[in-house]
Structure formats: C-alpha cells, structure tokens
Ligand binder design. Structure first.
Ligand code: ATP
Length: 176
C-alpha cells in the first residue's frame, strides 16, 4: 500500500535520509525508532509531501506522490498526520477543531460534521471536553483531539509524529 524506493532527502549539505526502501501493507502498523535528529519526522513529512523528496519515489495505493501531476490536497486528505505539537487551533474549541476540516476539506454540512466530530470525540474518550479550548487540555488529551481530527478525514493512512504512550489506543485505531 505504501512503497518507498530509494528515498533520499537532504537539507543543503545535510543528507538526512540516505536511500530508504520500505513496503508497508494495508493494516500494518509500523513504528520508526531512532535518536533525536536522525530523520524520523523528515521521513514522515516526505510521506505526505510536506517536504519535497530529493530523490526516489513514494507510492501510496498506487499513486506516486513524487509525480508532478498528483493532486496534493486530495492526497493529504487521504494521509492523516498527527503532529508532534498537535497543531490545534488555539482559539477554537475541541469540537470546532475537529468539525472545521470536515466542513472545509470534505465539504460536509455543519450538522453532519458535528455529529461525526462528537462520535470521534466519544471514541477517543473526550466527549466531555467538546467545548473546552486546547490550552486547558493535557498533552495526551491534545493528542487524542489531534487523532480525532485526523480521523475525521477518513484517511487511508495515519502518520503519528511521536505517540504519547500514556494513552493506549483502542484496537479500532489499528484497523482499516
Ligand atoms: N527544514 C529543515 N531545514 C534544515 N534542516 C532540517 C530541517 N528539518 C529538519 N532538519 C534537520 O534534519 C535532521 C532530522 O530532523 P528530524 O526532525 O527529521 O529528526 P527526528 O528524528 O524526527 O528528531 P526528534 O526525535 O528529535 O523529533 C536534523 O538534523 C534537523 O536539524
């Protein structure tokens, strides 16, 4: 489903990714481990084109990301990403943070998007925080909101740039 071939990424003279080759199958959960600064985030960022790759190819579900003709926005909707800093909107409530991309990217109406957002909040155990603002949440709670937000896009692939281990993701997160 994800096929990475001869991936190289450099920032100027700094060669961060040096010939990465990996095939990841559907429903497979892969953890990338390495020292700080070794290139884990850079690798993930290359999988949804936040970083342009220097050399090599990344193919997701038969679509080659490195192809100039690829629709980057469509691709990003299919490759969910939970960032290290979670990137929640500070001036929006938890519910709004999840609802907004469903309305703007998936073009759902607000009522349906809110219903979906509440269902996702319930799944990550945070329904009671729907009207809270991100600053009032713990780190792990913020990450769960970011997970719910990414799942709202119904992505084919989920990328986690650092997973908080004080919350055990339920089994359904590893499925489909
Ligand atoms: N935009 C950038 N411009 C220049 N150098 C960068 C850029 N982004 C990352 N780097 C460098 O690339 C290397 C890999 O960084 P990366 O963030 O991928 O590491 P990491 O393995 O995810 O680290 P950590 O575990 O600390 O989050 C580091 O030396 C970093 O300084």
């Amino acid at each position: 489903m994800i096929s990475v071939k001869h991936l190289k990424k450099s920032f100027g003279d700094l060669e961060v990714l040096k010939d990465i080759n990996v095939d990841i199958k559907q429903k497979e959960v892969v953890v990338v481990i390495g020292p700080s600064g070794s290139g884990k985030s850079t690798f993930l960022r290359c999988l949804n084109l936040i970083e342009p790759v220097t050399e090599g190819t990344v193919t997701i579900e038969g679509v080659e990301l490195t192809d100039k003709k690829v629709d980057i926005n469509k691709l990003r909707a299919e490759v969910g990403m939970v960032f290290q800093q979670f990137n929640l909107f500070p001036h929006k409530t938890v519910l709004e943070n999840i609802t907004l991309p469903i309305v703007t990217v998936k073009k759902w109406n607000k009522a349906d998007a809110e219903k979906k957002a509440k269902d996702l909040l319930n799944k990550v155990g945070l329904l009671e925080k729907a009207n809270a603002y991100p600053e009032s949440l713990s780190g792990g709670q913020k990450q769960r909101v970011a997970i719910a937000r990414a799942l709202g896009m119904e992505p084919k692939v989920m990328l986690f740039d650092e997973l908080h281990l004080h919350w055990t993701p339920p089994k359904w997160l590893g499925k489909s």
